[in-house]
Design a protein around this ligand. Structure first.
Ligand code: THU
Length: 137
């Protein structure tokens, strides 16, 4: 069986990705690293835009990179910011994480090394997902 990546290493990759963030408007840099079932790791950083609304979060960059490369069965995701208060994924990212990754562990960390772990079902209780599309009356 493939040895899964350690949380420490996943956080380190998210931290490195954060350095590549394009965040000239908010100056709030975010990095993410997503572990796929086949052992590949996909990283992402937030990429902002002058229209603001076209900004994409680090988590979604990582997930869309992974999906577009044919990865699936995701194991865990790490999210790193410089904030003293660990930064959870925004609502839109929670929906996307749930859709593609389900109830995975979400590791939050900051540059001081403070780290906490949650499950997606804690962060995103009562989700809307494709099961509802089959429950029409
Ligand atoms: N951001 C993320 O990358 N992930 C989140 O889950 C929260 C917010 C980014 C979007 C924007 O570039 C900046 O952080 C401030 O909202």
């Amino acid at each position: 069986m493939r040895k899964s990546i350690t949380i420490k290493k996943l956080v380190q990759l998210a931290r490195e990705s954060r350095e590549r963030a394009h965040a000239p408007f908010s100056r709030f840099k975010v990095g993410a690293a997503l572990a796929a079932g086949d052992g590949r790791i996909f990283t992402g950083c937030n990429v902002e835009n002058a229209t603001y609304g076209l900004t994409i979060c680090a988590e979604r960059v990582a997930i869309f990179k992974a999906v577009s490369e044919g990865a699936h069965r995701f194991q865990q995701i790490a999210v790193v910011t410089a904030s003293k208060h660990l930064t959870p994924p925004c609502g839109a990212c929670r929906q996307i994480i749930w859709e593609f990754c389900g109830d995975i562990p979400v590791v939050l960390s900051n540059l001081d090394g403070k780290t906490e772990q949650f499950r997606m079902s804690e962060l995103f209780p009562r989700p809307f997902d494709q099961s509802f599309l089959k429950k029409m009356r």
